[in-house]
Design a protein around this ligand. Structure first.
Ligand SMILES: Nc1ncnc2c1ncn2[C@@H]1O[C@H](COP(=O)(O)OP(=O)(O)OP(=O)(O)O)[C@@H](O)[C@H]1O
Ligand SMILES: [Mg+2]
Length: 364
């Protein structure tokens, strides 16, 4: 229950109470006069307890709290877009915040604070971008790789015929080079074409895939790199292609290993999320695999094109690891997301947990 704004028009109160935007009214001493239900929910506080108290320092970090004080002093409104609020207990929300000084009525000024939560929208827009990027490049690459593969086969065959006619070992070296380079290009094209077969899905535990990656990548790591795990063992089985999951998580883990170099820490973490949207589809339950490293982070110039083929920041890289991982996970109904800052990069594989199509009931 919220303390209603003192107005004799109950309609205003009803509208405010049903809004998704959090609304707070502070008096000239910055005491809370009013908070609507969305605000109570966002900050997990009760209006009854807190009305009359000065709490902007409790609710906001120092800079924002100070900015609010300045709005009252200066009379100039304050707006901050995509402000991250740390709500404690690991709860963080991103909001667009507006603070408006109210001076109507000529009495003491008041401060109206509005906060619209934007993280869900930001995430969906970014995901749409990732999915569109991934399908556009797949189409382009498929066309190109197809055009290259045919003449390449002819080239290789002709070199083989030529080799049979040659009796000079020195000259044969040249045909060897043609054949082995054609094979290398062929393998690259196959990689760029991505999975040639449809996924062979079966019910599996996500940890089958993650543990395999841990073992394989763990064996390749230099002794200064620590590979740890943090699993949620209660994740229900999901319907996916095991090899494809292994391949994708492996690509992410190898990137993490390359990012940390000879010293650092990599963590494989599994969790579930309820009521989570991937692309446009809302799923009741989603499995999440995080590959976390403490390396230098994604270079700024790579951020927009990370999932495009041939985009690499490494001398010996082919730039195919991420686009292949993304297309494999997309084929299994999921998505790869990422966030990165120096010292912490997280690549997240999201996979919907749904029953096999032969079953009629979907698991909760
Ligand atoms: N965890 C990470 N930390 C920092 N940079 C990363 C990380 N993961 C990927 N990158 C950057 O993204 C680039 C593209 O990665 P991707 O896996 O697609 O290709 P690659 O690793 O360069 O080559 P390949 O995987 O084909 O051998 C990398 O070269 C690297 O610059
Ligand atoms: Mg890679």
């Amino acid at each position: 229950m919220s303390t209603k704004i003192d107005t004799d028009e109950p309609l205003h109160g009803r509208v405010l109470e049903h809004m998704h935007t959090a609304v707070l009214l502070l008096d000239s001493e910055l005491r809370l006069r009013y908070i609507n239900s969305a605000g109570e929910m966002m900050f997990a506080i009760s209006a009854q307890r807190f009305v009359g108290q000065v709490i902007h320092h409790t609710l906001f970090e120092k800079e924002v709290a100070t900015a609010l004080e300045q709005v009252l002093e200066s009379g100039a409104p304050f707006t901050e877009r995509e402000l991250v609020l740390d709500l404690g207990y690991r709860r963080r929300v991103t909001v667009d915040l507006t603070a408006l000084p109210l001076n109507d009525g000529g009495g003491e000024p008041e401060l109206l604070v509005e906060m619209k939560q934007v993280d869900r929208q930001l995430r969906i827009t970014r995901e749409e971008g990732l999915l569109a990027q991934s399908s556009a490049t797949r189409a382009l690459v498929r066309g190109l790789a197809h055009e290259i593969k045919n003449p390449l086969g002819g080239l290789r065959g002709a070199a083989q015929l030529l080799e049979r006619e040659l009796h000079n070992e020195e000259l044969k070296e040249y045909t060897h080079i043609i054949i082995s380079e054609a094979d290398r290009l062929q393998a690259l094209m196959n990689n760029m074409l991505g999975p040639s077969t449809l996924p062979h899905k079966r019910l599996l535990n996500i940890h089958e895939a993650v543990e395999r990656v841990r073992q394989v990548v763990g064996a390749e790591l230099p002794s200064g790199v620590k590979l740890s795990r943090d699993y949620d063992p209660s994740i229900p089985d999901l319907y996916a292609d095991l090899d494809q999951l292994i391949q994708s998580v492996m690509n992410l883990a190898r990137n993490a290993a390359q990012a940390v170099g000879n010293e650092g820490a990599i963590k494989l973490r599994t969790r579930t999320m309820r009521q989570y949207t991937i692309g446009h589809t809302l799923h009741k339950l989603v499995a999440k695999v995080d590959v976390i490293d403490d390396g230098p982070g994604i270079a700024p110039e790579m951020r927009e094109s990370l999932f495009l083929p041939m985009v690499t920041g490494r001398v010996e890289g082919t730039g195919l690891g991420l686009p292949i991982a993304q297309s494999l996970i997309n084929a299994n109904g999921g998505l790869i997301e990422w966030e990165s800052r120096p010292g912490q990069t997280i690549f997240t594989v999201l996979l919907p947990i749904e029953a096999a199509p032969t079953e009629t009931e979907t698991k909760p």
